[in-house]
Design a binder for this molecule. Structure first.
Ligand code: FMN
Length: 340
């Protein structure tokens, strides 16, 4: 029998039922998506989109959408971004009081606006500052505090291991490493050997491997090549909140029945309906144009559906498109499952 690397994991005071993590995804991993992931894929830990510490502390408008949770979600890591230990500490308290199960600090985001504020992947250039931020978070809550980093700042500075030791000594409970340095895009394959260096640098906290995991084979590769304690999945769960279940099944050689186009149509509609409650119809419609593309990404014949999404303005428009492309007898789109 194949050994099963999926097992419960303890981070600080919290034990989660398995070591598969849903990645924080800006513009995507709001409460509706997390609930669907939990219901359909059951990862051990869900994650919010990154949330600005300063905006939270200054009570800027429109933060509620990032803090909101759906009834029935599993444990959620609230991810903060920021570069000032004091405001990240204060923001930690705010999200912990609002029910975060875990508080995470983003040290990997390459977006210009975030780096210009000295935050995200820019922090990797100052490991001691990361240490001070973790210390402030640690002082602000007894809930698990986690850190998400990249393997380095550039090709000439793979300092992930150095950062890992610092955050471990400042009291972080878990570290996630994305296997690319701060200047690399997704076209560069994940650097498993650099993740391994980080795994080997710490002694007391679990390290989660992140990068290019999308199925049983790539999950096995991440475990085997890095020795990590768990996996985080990002892009592969967009439009496929069930992917965690697929990964779990494939790791032990089991077959899993993937949702067919009828069910995917229902999942898309549920995602939209929950977004409309959270964001209002106008914003939900805008997000749904992207969502629809993700949900049909592996389907043949979906191009016309994706084009039609640009002309969708209301829930009724969406419903009509779902009826036409996902639910009609002939079906405008074909998922792999429908072919079997
Ligand atoms: C649309 C999108 C949004 C993302 N937003 C965040 C974010 O808010 N915080 C973060 O730490 N990483 C963010 N990431 C990076 C992912 O969490 C993850 O590290 C990266 O996609 C690599 O994992 P993957 O190969 O499984 O996709 C984002 C990635 C994508 C594609």
């Amino acid at each position: 029998m194949t050994d099963n690397p999926i097992k419960p994991l303890t981070l600080g005071s919290l034990t989660i039922e398995n070591n598969l993590f849903q990645a924080p995804l800006a513009g995507y991993s709001s409460a509706p998506f997390r609930l669907l992931s939990w219901k359909l894929g059951r990862p051990g830990l869900l994650a919010t989109e990154m949330i600005s510490s300063k905006a939270l502390v200054n009570q800027a408008p429109r933060q509620e959408r990032y803090l909101a949770r759906e009834d029935g979600e599993g444990p959620v890591a609230y991810q903060l971004w920021g570069a000032d230990p004091e405001s990240v500490g204060e923001a930690t308290k705010i999200v912990a009081d609002r029910g975060a199960d875990v508080v995470d600090i983003n040290c990997g985001c390459p977006v210009r606006k975030v780096r210009a504020a000295g935050a995200g992947s820019k922090l990797m250039e100052d490991p001691l500052l990361i240490g001070r931020i973790v210390k402030a978070m640690r002082a602000a809550t007894e809930k698990p505090v986690t850190v998400k980093i990249r393997v380095g700042t550039s090709a000439s500075n793979y300092n992930g291991a150095e950062v890992a030791k610092i955050v471990e000594s400042e009291g972080a409970d878990l570290l996630t490493v994305h296997g690319r340095h701060a200047k690399e895009s997704y076209s560069t394959p994940c650097r498993y050997e650099r993740i391994r260096e980080v795994v080997e640098a710490v002694k007391t906290i679990p390290v989660i491997g992140n990068g290019d995991v999308r199925d049983g084979e790539t999950a096995r590769k991440m475990f085997d090549l890095t020795g990590c304690a768990g996996l985080m999945v990002g892009r592969a769960c967009m439009g496929a909140p069930w992917v965690f279940l697929k990964i779990k099944a494939e790791l032990v050689g089991e077959e899993m029945r993937l949702p067919g186009r009828f069910e995917i149509g229902d999942i898309l509609l549920e995602h939209y309906d929950r977004l409309a409650v959270l964001l209002g119809e106008e914003l939900a419609v805008r997000q749904c144009r992207k969502l629809g593309s993700f949900y049909s990404k592996t389907m043949r014949g979906a191009k016309e559906f994706r084009n039609s999404l640009n002309y969708m303005h209301t829930r009724d428009d969406l419903l009509a498109l779902i009826e036409k492309y996902f639910k009609s007898e002939s079906g405008g789109v074909i998922s792999d499952t429908d072919m079997e």
